[in-house]
Design a protein around this ligand. Structure first.
Ligand code: PEP
Length: 253
């Protein structure tokens, strides 16, 4: 059975003390709300990962927001998958639209990052999503398929099973505009059907597909009630312990 996940993406926010304090609040609150094999993850800036992985225990897993595509070497200022793994992180966000846009990360680079993450036992949270123009001109199915095929569909089945997919329409990220539950379900079903065509029914049925884009305590329950939506990737609302915990609660409703 696929896992239900709520993952927070803190982006470039919170200094060291602010991060520790928010995370401690989140761990305390999540303990009471998380059910069964539901999983909460916080993807934090690199400076936080070491301390958070010690504080998180079994209640909140830790993820990074990026890694380099090479194992090690002369890449000043970069961080490798092995380094991230060595301090206790289990996940890494790859393919986020902000990195595709501001760091010009291509599908090919993301495919390399995905492979290096997996070979270092880090599980990718692989993001795909269309821009507003692509939604309006009707090319979005084609764009999403291309991101899947070029980014992750060349993985072996064993590796693919470790990937969490996040559908994040670019027009909904940080804008306050959310995809309606029907729009999001339509795309999640499409993603699952593409996985089925590539890896078969069982893999598709087992793959966790998160929705991301202005998800908040007010809209999470109706999104999570859709049959192909297995939780959320949460930006802004993950910076408030109450909101993040209420979104986890919405997994249960
Ligand atoms: C994100 O950046 O992954 C995201 C979903 O952001 P927000 O929730 O703020 O739209």
């Amino acid at each position: 059975m696929r896992k239900k996940i709520v993952a927070g993406n803190w982006k470039m926010n919170l200094d060291y003390n602010e991060g520790v304090s928010l995370f401690s609040e989140i761990v305390n609150m999540v303990k009471d709300e998380r059910q069964g094999d539901q999983l909460a993850i916080i993807c934090a800036p690199f400076i936080h990962l070491n301390s958070l992985s010690k504080l998180g225990g079994s209640d909140v897993a830790i993820g990074a927001q990026n890694i380099h595509d090479k194992e090690n070497g002369a890449y000043t200022g970069e961080i490798s998958a092995k380094m991230v793994k060595s301090i206790g992180a289990e996940y890494v966000i790859l393919g986020h639209s902000e990195r595709r846009q501001y760091q010009a990360e291509s599908d090919e680079l993301l495919a390399a990052k995905t492979k290096i993450a997996l070979s270092n036992n880090l599980k990718p949270i692989f993001c795909i999503g269309e821009t507003l123009d692509e939604r309006n001109n009707g090319s979005y199915y084609e764009i999403l398929k291309k991101q899947l095929v070029n980014g992750i569909f060349s993985l072996t089945e064993e590796d693919f099973r470790k990937v969490v997919i996040a559908y994040e329409p670019v027009w909904a990220i940080g804008t306050g505009l959310t995809a309606s539950p029907e729009q999001a379900q339509d795309i999640h079903a499409f993603i699952r059907s593409e996985i089925e065509a590539n890896y078969g029914f069982n893999v598709a049925d087992d793959t966790t597909i998160l929705y991301g884009g202005s998800c908040n305590p007010g809209n999470a329950a109706s999104l999570f009630a859709q049959k192909d939506i297995d939780g959320g990737l949460i930006g802004g609302a993950s910076l408030k312990s109450r909101d993040f915990t209420d979104i986890i609660k919405a997994l249960n409703s």
